[in-house]
Design a protein around this ligand. Structure first.
Ligand code: SF4
Length: 332
């Protein structure tokens, strides 16, 4: 068996973690899709606007290579730390990967670890996608709108996607699937936060009957700077209207804690973390300090990364965030 270090694992393009996840515990992320390849271009996407809009399923990376990476990580991890979930999640939409079903099945053969799929849910109108996802233990689709008009405004879907087909697909999947469905609703000020919109959303959720519904608001820089959370009173209204929909959460918890497990080089750690997850400026400093380096060295590290074009600063609402640059990621 080839041995790899956790640090090597974190450098892999298609696999990351395991990372602590509030919902899934220690989650090993598998990304079968190139950066910003999606059939939506959500106004709130924290990866920016979709640069490769497609509704065509295909293999973007060799599936055997992906499986091999999954296998190596599971074997490297199993000796000392548990993985609670293997989560298929993309830097785009994971169900666009044609071999997703094969990957889920093969991953289950490698290890008895629950599988989750974090998806926008748009392709569940397709029988092949429903069959493939039915092998997962948890499917986490998003649903941001109760009407076609709001769907178009928030998710800006591929022109081949029809709102009715998308929600019918979700309902159909619920009827056939025995696993857990955890729906995520992203609330955006002025788009889906009126009483009328929330009631329309509620009636869709009642038909889908998810096991859990999470309500989120954009807390990190979104694709469109104007996509901001509703005010607190409106969030309370959403809670009241959707309350029968088994709401578990109201906003994403921001712990501010990032693990540097397996990293010896502070700059590698920062790049690996913010590649998936923009970090507030103070979170970058706190994370770098975990390496017990001098305060001056912390600032020098940030400056070096910025000057090399690896990271850039962006103000969103009250916070300053560091993000990886699209230019750099586009070359991967
Ligand atoms: S579906 Fe996900 S990856 Fe695609 S644009 Fe929306 S938030 Fe981004």
């Amino acid at each position: 068996m080839a041995t790899i270090t956790i640090q090597q694992v974190n450098k892999m393009k298609m696999i990351y973690g395991p990372v602590p996840s509030r919902r899934l515990g220690r989650s090993l992320g598998v990304n079968p899709i190139p950066f910003k390849t999606c059939n939506y271009s959500c106004v709130y996407c924290q990866l920016g606007r979709t640069t490769h809009m497609t509704n065509l399923r295909k293999d973007f990376f060799p599936p055997e290579e992906l499986l091999n990476e999954i296998k190596m990580v599971i074997e490297a991890e199993s000796s000392h730390r548990a993985i609670d979930f293997v989560t298929f999640v993309g830097e785009g939409e994971p169900t666009l990967c044609k071999s997703l079903g094969w990957l889920i099945r093969k991953t289950k053969e490698i290890a008895d670890i629950p599988i989750a799929v974090d998806t926008n849910g748009s392709l569940l109108y397709r029988e092949d996608v429903r069959n493939e996802l039915s092998q997962a233990d948890v499917v986490m689709p998003s649903l941001d709108a109760g009407t076609a008009e709001t769907f178009r405004k928030i998710d800006r879907p591929h022109r081949g996607l029809d709102f009715k087909a998308v929600v019918d697909g979700l309902e159909r999947f619920r009827r056939d699937y025995n696993g857990e469905i955890w729906v995520e609703v992203m609330l955006i000020k002025g788009l889906n936060d009126t009483e009328k919109e929330l009631k329309a959303l509620k009636s869709r959720l009642e038909k889908i009957e998810p096991n859990r519904t999470y309500i989120n608001v954009p807390i990190r820089p979104p694709a469109e700077p104007w996509a901001v959370p509703p005010d607190k009173e409106t969030i309370r209204l959403a809670h009241a209207i959707l309350s029968d929909a088994n709401i578990v959460d109201i906003t994403e918890e921001e712990t501010g804690e990032f693990s540097i497990d397996g990293f010896t080089n502070p700059e590698d750690a920062i790049l690996a973390i913010i590649r998936r997850h923009p970090m507030r400026a103070e979170q970058v400093i706190e994370t770098l300090k975990k390496f017990e380096v001098e305060e001056g060295d912390v600032h020098n590290s940030i400056k070096r990364l910025e000057e090399s074009g690896e990271i850039k600063k962006l103000k969103y609402r009250e916070n300053v965030f560091w993000l990886t640059t699209a230019e750099k990621r586009g070359h991967e």
